[in-house]
Design a protein around this ligand. Structure first.
Ligand SMILES: NC(=O)c1ccc[n+]([C@@H]2O[C@H](COP(=O)([O-])OP(=O)(O)OC[C@H]3O[C@@H](n4cnc5c(N)ncnc54)[C@H](OP(=O)(O)O)[C@@H]3O)[C@@H](O)[C@H]2O)c1
Length: 300
């Protein structure tokens, strides 16, 4: 049986990775549309298909449409293809956003399309091998029954692990994704800049921190968050934490706030595991709170 034809609207990081992965799986590509000719042509050339700056010209030839534009344009693009005859009865239309509800595609549903969302819980960049990142990634699905069934089939073919995220839970789901991905990068950058006075530039600092970060991640996977936790808070070394806070108070307010906020969270984790008695808990709470209060007052 002939594979469905896929249209990609938005030749960016996810659109390119998805298009290439589907092409390798043997899907037919109806074409690519993007905002600029450069992006559209580059992707179309790679997967040997047509391109256009008019999304509707591509979508009306497709069985499955992926709208892979930035979140703020998903609804506009949906309206554009809906009002210019780009939506075909029975066609599947998906967005790939983690935060948007499926209802942003409602215009297309009113023309008979099956609508849904298919969000890869993964971070994509423009690299030759980005298409491989679908393998092993969780894929959050939502939408009408047929759209979810179709998305599930494609997700499995991509090597992803499909799971359901109901509309009402989407915002928390996406906040979790941001914390685990974007904020992890921010945290690494923050730690790296603290190594500057040790004579390491940013790249050297990232390389120095990487084995430590990777080791922690490996432990997280092997034994879970509770057992993977190490460091002064889990050991109850209040004096060490106090010295950290004092040293960080000489850097900048954001770094100190980040350290103390995560310190409090870590403290609660250690408490729940019964790692700390009352006295150690209080020492740690004091270490984290006193200096922070003084610094915030100073910088106000
Ligand atoms: N990046 C990730 O790690 C990731 C992970 C999971 C989900 N997502 C989701 O994937 C979607 C796309 O994100 P991305 O990171 O791939 O973004 P991106 O790299 O910025 O790519 C977006 C693409 O959309 C095109 N575009 C913008 N406005 C358009 C319009 N009006 N019509 C047609 N094309 C338009 C841009 O075109 P030009 O290049 O031609 O200007 C660009 O190539 C978002 O919904 C995002 O939430 C991203």
């Amino acid at each position: 049986m002939e594979r469905p034809a896929i249209a990609i609207i938005g030749a960016g990081k996810v659109g390119s990775a998805l298009a290439y992965a589907c092409w390798r799986l043997g899907y037919r590509l109806a074409g690519v549309a993007s905002r600029t000719a450069g992006s559209a042509a580059t992707l179309a050339d790679r997967i040997k298909t047509n391109w256009s700056l008019h999304a509707e010209e591509i979508t009306r030839q497709a069985d499955i449409v992926f709208i892979t534009v930035p979140d703020r344009y998903v609804e506009t693009v949906t309206e554009q293809i809906t009002f210019s005859g780009g939506v075909v009865q029975g066609q599947f239309i998906y967005h790939v956003s983690g935060s948007l509800p499926v209802s942003v595609l409602a215009g297309a549903a009113s023309c008979g399309a099956r609508i849904g969302s298919m969000h890869p819980l993964q971070s994509f960049t423009f690299t030759e091998t980005a298409w491989q990142q679908f393998q092993g990634a969780y894929m959050a699905l939502d939408g009408d029954r047929k759209a979810v069934a179709q998305a599930r089939e494609l997700a499995l073919q991509l090597g992803s692990i499909p799971f359901s995220v109901p509309g009402g839970q989407r915002t928390l789901y996406h906040a979790a994704a941001c914390m685990a991905s974007n904020y992890l990068i921010a945290l690494a950058q923050c730690a790296a800049q603290l190594l500057k006075p040790c004579g390491l530039n940013e790249q050297q600092a990232v390389m120095a921190l990487w084995p430590l970060m990777k080791g922690s991640m490996d432990n997280l996977l092997k034994v879970g968050p509770a057992k993977a936790l190490s460091g002064p808070i889990s050991r109850g070394d209040g004096n060490t934490v106090q010295r950290h806070v004092a040293a960080l108070a000489t850097t900048d307010r954001d770094t100190l706030r980040l350290y103390t906020a995560l310190g409090h969270y870590t403290l609660n984790m250690a408490k729940k595991q019964g790692l700390l008695d009352e006295r150690l808990m209080n020492e740690l709470i004091n270490s984290l709170e006193t200096e922070m209060g003084e610094t915030i007052n100073e910088t106000r």
